[in-house]
Design a protein around this ligand. Structure first.
Ligand SMILES: Nc1ncnc2c1ncn2[C@@H]1O[C@H](COP(=O)(O)OP(=O)(O)OP(=O)(O)O)[C@@H](O)[C@H]1O
Ligand SMILES: [Mg+2]
Length: 291
C-alpha cells in the first residue's frame, strides 16, 4: 500500500460522520483572472450571511490570501503534518472573524509518515468539519498536475473566466484535462462558471456560452452559469490598499456582485450529496499529490 492508499484506508475507518462543511474550490485556466479576490470576497459575503468560513490557500506560489488580508500566518499545513501543531494552531484569524489556512510551500517527505502520524493528521483535518460551515479553496492557476489533482477532488468547482481569449482557451484546456479523468467523470461534478471583469451581464453570459458550446461539442460536458463580477475600479483600488473590496467598499458594484453570488451559492444551488468526499479527502490530495 502506498502512503495515499494508507491514508484513504485510515480516512475510511475513522470517518465518524459524513462531511459537513461545504467546499467551494476557486480555479481558472489562466493566472491573474481574479481567483484570490473571488475566494476572499465570497468568504466575506458568506460570513455576513452568518456562515463560519475558513479559506484554504492552496496556491503553491505566492501566498495570495495572506497578502489580501494583511495577516501573516505563524504556521501552515506542514506544521500539522509533522505533528508539531494542531489544526487550531494553523488557523490564522483574518478580518471579520474569517479564518484561513496557508497550504505552505515546502511539504516534503510525506511518504515516510508513520501510521500514528497519519492518524493524527486525519483526526485534525476532520475537525474542520466542526469548525466551518463553508471552506473556500483558493488554488493556483492552471493545468499543472498538482492543481488538477486537487481540483478533481473538489466537490464544487468555481471556474473563473474573463473575456480575454487566452483565459478562455486556458479554461478549455483545464476542462479537457478534467473531463479525461475518471474520478471527475464518475462523480459528475458540475463546473460553475463565473465571468469576471466584464462590462455587462450580456458579456458574461456570452463568455459562458462560448465555453459551454465547445465543452458540449468536444468533451460531451455541460457547464453551469453562475454569474458575473463587473470590472470595478474600486476593486483594483482595494487590492492596492491590501484590503478586500467587500470590506473597504461594501457598496461597490463588485461587492454587490460578490454578495449576490454568495447568496446564490448558499441558497440557490443545492449542495452535492457526497458521502465521502469532504475536506479530509481534499486535503489529503493536496498533501500527497506532490510526491
Ligand atoms: N472584477 C475586477 N475588476 C477589476 N479588476 C479586477 C477584477 N478582478 C480582478 N481584478 C484585477 O486582477 C488582479 C488579479 O486578481 P487576483 O490576484 O484575484 O487573481 P488570481 O487569479 O488570484 O491571480 P493568480 O493566478 O496570480 O493567483 C487584481 O489585482 C485586480 O487588479
Ligand atoms: Mg491568486
Amino acid at each position: 500500500m502506498d502512503q495515499a492508499e494508507k491514508l484513504r484506508d485510515i480516512v475510511k475507518k475513522n470517518q465518524k460522520t459524513t462531511p459537513k462543511a461545504r467546499i467551494f474550490t476557486v480555479t481558472s485556466g489562466k493566472g491573474g483572472v481574479g481567483k484570490s479576490n473571488v475566494a476572499v470576497n465570497l468568504a466575506i459575503q458568506m460570513k455576513k450571511r452568518g456562515k463560519r468560513v475558513i479559506i484554504f490557500d492552496a496556491d503553491f506560489g505566492l501566498a495570495n490570501v495572506e497578502i489580501m488580508f494583511g495577516a501573516i500566518p505563524k504556521f501552515n499545513l506542514s506544521d500539522l503534518i509533522y505533528r508539531e501543531k494542531s489544526i487550531k494552531d494553523i488557523i490564522t484569524p483574518g478580518p471579520m472573524g474569517i479564518e484561513f489556512i496557508s497550504g505552505g510551500s515546502g511539504i516534503t517527505g510525506v511518504n515516510n509518515l508513520s501510521k500514528e502520524q497519519l492518524k493524527f493528521l486525519v483526526g485534525n483535518l476532520e475537525q474542520l468539519d466542526e469548525l466551518a460551515d463553508v471552506i473556500i479553496v483558493d488554488t493556483g492557476a492552471g493545468i499543472s498536475d498538482n492543481v488538477l489533482e486537487f481540483v478533481m477532488a473538489s466537490p464544487e468547482i468555481l471556474l473563473l473566466v474573463t473575456s480575454e481569449p487566452s483565459s478562455l482557451t486556458d479554461a478549455y484546456s483545464l476542462l479537457k484535462a478534467l473531463h479525461r479523468n475518471e474520478e471527475f467523470r464518475r462523480v459528475k461534478s458540475k463546473v460553475k462558471v463565473i465571468s469576471n471583469r466584464v462590462l455587462s451581464e450580456e458579456e458574461g453570459v456570452g463568455i459562458y456560452e462560448k465555453l459551454n458550446a465547445v465543452v458540449g461539442q468536444f468533451l460531451n460536458g455541460d457547464l453551469e452559469y453562475l454569474g458575473i463580477i463587473p470590472r470595478d475600479a474600486l476593486l483594483e483600488k482595494a487590492v492596492c490598499q491590501q484590503q478586500p473590496v467587500s470590506i473597504l467598499y461594501p457598496d461597490a458594484k463588485s461587492s454587490r456582485a460578490f454578495d449576490q453570488l454568495s447568496g446564490y451559492l448558499l441558497d440557490g444551488v443545492a449542495a452535492p450529496i457526497e458521502e465521502k468526499r469532504g475536506i479530509v479527502h481534499l486535503l489529503s490530495r493536496f498533501i500527497f499529490q506532490r510526491n
